[in-house]
Every structure is written in structure tokens, then in C-alpha cells.
Design a protein around this ligand. Structure first.
Ligand code: AMP
Length: 210
């Protein structure tokens, strides 16, 4: 097993790209820290109860909480698999925790999208609460408005996708997550793809550099 980290602002397309690549390649596994956390919140587990307030405020949940979830997934992932790690690490402390886990990081791929485009992207984002498929009202609409193509569930808007919380999440991104770009650059594993191209192009470029 090895790991490819997805770097990029909220709304840069990390989940869409990783979801698409994992659906098309049997040896790629998409692991989203946000999905793990939203799952825990929905189930009402102790971790979910602890995480909920941070998430609704657009803040990072405590490092130890999310690190334990990632540790569990890393431990259960074996064989000829590349894990597309989406949303973790989110700060330097988490990057160090990941190193301590001993899981080999093959590359960290930045999906580069300017801030002015992010707000618009997130405003149109829709998610399937059941199978986690992602859509956008303009850029990636479902076949039937408001309904998931994959499983037929009614699409929802994430609670933390309201414009005020998005602003806070971007502040967190620039302050805490962006330093990871230099961190992985210094390690010689950073790659960058243009995130404003159509999704198929971004996915193709991503897999070519990862
Ligand atoms: P995402 O789906 O990646 O945008 O994550 C949604 C929210 O989950 C974030 O705004 C954070 O509150 C929380 N979260 C996800 N991943 C992490 C992480 N690695 N560290 C801390 N909080 C996280």
C-alpha cells in the first residue's frame, strides 16, 4: 500500500477527482477525512459528537480525533493499493503524525484553484448523503435535478457550505493547510495540476503526475 495525498482548498475538486479515479481503477482507494467525520456525526459516535461543533464552524477538528480514524483505515488497507488521501493531513502536525504511522507517501498532488472561483464552486455544490457522490448545479449536474445518478437518493447541501462558513474554511486553509505545499515540496514529492480545467482533464492530469 502507498499513499497519494490530495492538496487543495475546499471546493478545489479533491473529492470529485479522487472519487472518479477510484471508481475507474480497482487499485485506487478514495479515503476522505471529511466523509469519515460526517459518517461519525451521522451515526452519533463519541468522535462524531466531539467533531460536530468544529465542523459546523468551519474549524479543524482536534488532530488526535481525525488521526485515529485515518490510522484505522491505513491499518486495514493492505496489498497493491494506492490510497488517495483527501483532506488529511490538514496541518503540519497531522503531516508529522502521518509520517509516524510509517505509511509511504508516494506524492502530494496540489489541485490549484484560485480563491475567487472557490466561492462559486461551493455555492453550487450538492452531495448525495447516501453514497457520497458529488455534483455541481452548473459544472456537474445530475441527470435528474436534485437526485443522485448513482443511488437515487435526494441530494443535499452540506451544512458547512454556507458562504460565511466557507470564508472561515478558506482562512483555515490558507493559515494551516497551505504550509503543507512547502512541506511536501521540500520532501521532493509535490506535484501540481491546474484545477480549473474540466473534471475529466483534471483527473487525467492527476493520474499522470501522481
Ligand atoms: P472536507 O469534507 O474535507 O471539506 O472536511 C469538512 C470538515 O471536516 C472540515 O471543515 C473540518 O471541520 C473537518 N475535517 C476534515 N478533515 C480534517 C482534518 N484532517 N483535520 C481536522 N479537521 C478535518
Amino acid at each position: 500500500m502507498n499513499i497519494v495525498i490530495l492538496l487543495g482548498a475546499p471546493g478545489s475538486g479533491k473529492g470529485t477527482v479522487a472519487g472518479k479515479l477510484a471508481a475507474e481503477n480497482a487499485n485506487l482507494k478514495h479515503v476522505s477525512s471529511g466523509d469519515l467525520l460526517r459518517g461519525a456525526v451521522a451515526k452519533g459516535t463519541p468522535s462524531g459528537i466531539e467533531a460536530k461543533g468544529f465542523m459546523e464552524a468551519g474549524k479543524l477538528v482536534p488532530d488526535a480525533l481525525i488521526a485515529q480514524m485515518i490510522k484505522d483505515v491505513v491499518a486495514e488497507t493492505t496489498g497493491d493499493v494506492t490510497m488517495l488521501l483527501d483532506g488529511f493531513p490538514r496541518n503540519l502536525a497531522q503531516a508529522k503524525i502521518l509520517e509516524e504511522m510509517g505509511a509511504p507517501v508516494k506524492s502530494a498532488v496540489l489541485i490549484d484553484v484560485p480563491d475567487e472561483i472557490i466561492q462559486d464552486r461551493i455555492a453550487g455544490r450538492r452531495t448525495c448523503p447516501k453514497c457520497k457522490a458529488g455534483y455541481h448545479v452548473k459544472n456537474l449536474p445530475p441527470k435528474v435535478e436534485g437526485i443522485c445518478d448513482v443511488c437515487g437518493a435526494e441530494l443535499t447541501i452540506r451544512k458547512d457550505d454556507n458562504p460565511d462558513t466557507v470564508k472561515d474554511r478558506l482562512v483555515v486553509y490558507h493559515g494551516e493547510t497551505e504550509p503543507l505545499i512547502k512541506f511536501y515540496e521540500d520532501k521532493g514529492v509535490l506535484k501540481t495540476v491546474v484545477g480549473t480545467d474540466p473534471i475529466d482533464t483534471v483527473a487525467k492530469n492527476f493520474i499522470a503526475v501522481m
